[in-house]
Design a protein around this ligand. Sequence first.
Ligand code: ZN
Length: 185
Amino acid sequence: MTLLTNILEYNQQFVEEQSYEEYRTTKFPDKRLVILTCMDTRLVELLPKSMNMKNGDVKVVKNAGAIVSHPFGSIMRSLLVAVYELQADEVIVIGHHDCGMSAINSDSILDKMKERGITEETLDTVNYSGIDLHDWLKGFSSVQESVAHSVDMIKNHPLMDKKIPVHGLVISPETGKLDLVVEGY
Ligand SMILES: [Zn+2]
């Protein structure tokens, strides 16, 4: 049985048994908060539980590293939508220790792409289109600095409401302990 079949079978039962009842809520965050954090597997449940967040409390935007890398990319757009359309009145960026993006090496990723059949020609085409793949695939060396930088990008974004506090935290993926990096009030 494939993973997908497995998921779909479980899902059928989940819906039939009305297991969704306990998760019912609205699209508006009860705690009026939007969080940008990392896609790390260890944070899937640990992060909301360690912050006393349940379904309905918060909007969560995730990517690799909790990084805002482009002022007009989809992450920034999601945060703006959360603020202007979905009643989020505060933003928190939460990076974490031992993040995959802190050790990322663009050469290694590009090598793995080639091993899986992406041709040199394709990489050249991308490069000639003005995209610096090494720069695009780079990570960060300090999670605190990365969080502070993302907080800065959000706070100073020309379209962000200046009254919205933007905070920065770092979480331990082992214990869930939060350390303050930037207090936005
Ligand atoms: Zn991470």
